[in-house]
Write a protein that binds this ligand. Structure first.
Ligand code: SF4
Length: 352
């Protein structure tokens, strides 16, 4: 899987190089492609850069063998030095705990394998389908429910997308296409513009939803090339960002969100409730406040999907309910995310 992901990344970088060579003149910072391809991929480098000692390195090397480390500088710069419990670091630092295998933690917790009628397409809920637009991410989050996903079997080429597009054309009940991954925005703008162009020619499609962490992890991803295809589509545009802690939203993220909103994109956020990251009322309240300052509405707060390797992040349902109940005392209703669990086979997310 790692080899396949690396190949995809390199291919993308080559494709977009010609599209984006002018990018360097737009800003002083390196292009997003450069930032993506130079992300830290070695647990030793990660520990050195953040001043973590040998104890952490050993665990990081163990976890890295199960799911490779990936952290770009733009994200690393928001992590405190020599602070192993930093809430952003905890999301990206592999740990020896990832070898724990409690009962009920599996490689495909949402049973997505049962809902793939075409390559690269997942159809679980009425009216909407999910397209795996990229097998790679800008950051590898240790709690990711797709950390074992077989991307090599679900990363269609342009020719192979026809099967998924035919499926969409043939089902008039589908009104929304959701770009997912990996992170869909890790794909090149050329590829995404092509795919969205195909989608907007399907008359019964109304909405394009993009689930992504890239504008948060590398805010420079929201550049003129992305805004061009996104701003020009006839489809209504919703972007669901994945932010778990207020410290993830620095000024560059706020600016990226402003560019997206100016292009007509509705911004929502979903978080995962994670032990040691955001399992306190004040932390969740600060996150909602900061999201709104950045023009993003809190949408979902997910309890952890029981994926193998992430059990140490779990917050039991009763504790989650108590937290959210307390949170209500701190926030107006429109800043309250909905606490949900995804249960395989259910027709929608299940409120807790
Ligand atoms: S960005 Fe999303 S898909 Fe990628 S590792 Fe993180 S949670 Fe998983």
């Amino acid at each position: 899987m790692i080899t396949r992901r690396r190949a995809f990344l390199q291919e993308n970088i080559m494709i977009v190089a010609s599209d984006n060579h002018e990018r360097a003149s737009e800003t002083q910072s390196p292009s997003w492609q450069h930032q993506l391809s130079h992300a830290i991929r070695d647990p030793k480098v990660l520990c050195q850069r953040l001043g973590l000692d040998e104890t952490w390195l050993k665990g990081a090397q163990t976890g890295h063998k199960l799911f490779e480390v990936r952290v770009p500088d733009a994200y690393l710069n928001r992590i405190a030095y020599s602070a192993p419990h930093d809430p952003l670091l905890r999301q990206v630092l592999p740990l020896g705990d990832e070898t724990l295998a409690p009962a009920g933690y599996v490689t495909d917790p949402l049973e997505e394998a049962d809902h793939r009628p075409a390559r690269g397409l997942i159809h679980k809920y009425a009216g909407r389908v999910l397209l795996i637009a990229s097998p790679t991410c800008a950051v590898n989050c240790r709690y990711c429910f797709r950390r074992h996903f077989p991307y090599s079997e679900n990363s269609p080429s342009r020719a192979q997308w026809q099967e998924a597009l035919d499926y969409l054309r043939g089902d008039v009940s589908i009104h929304e296409a959701i770009l997912s991954g990996g992170d869909p925005l890790a794909a090149s703008d050329r590829q995404l513009a092509w795919l969205v162009n195909e989608l907007e020619h399907i008359p019964h499609l109304k909405r394009l939803r993009i689930h992504t962490r890239l504008p948060v992890v590398i805010p420079d991803r929201v550049d003129s090339a992305l805004l061009e295809w996104l701003g020009n589509t006839r489809l209504q545009k919703v972007m669901v960002l994945h932010i778990n802690h207020a410290n993830e939203i620095d000024q560059a993220v706020v600016d990226a969100c402003a560019r997206l909103k100016a292009a007509g994109v509705t911004l929502l956020n979903q978080s995962v409730l994670l032990r040691g990251v955001n399992d306190e009322v004040n932390t969740l309240a600060a996150l909602s406040e900061r999201l709104f300052e950045a023009g993003i509405l809190p949408y979902y707060l997910h309890v952890l999907d029981p994926v193998q390797g992430a059990a140490h992040f779990d917050v039991p349902d009763d504790e989650a309910r108590a937290l959210v109940s307390k949170l209500r005392e701190h926030l107006p209703g429109f800043l309250m995310p909905r606490l949900v669990r995804e249960i395989p086979g259910e027709a929608s997310k299940t409120p807790l």
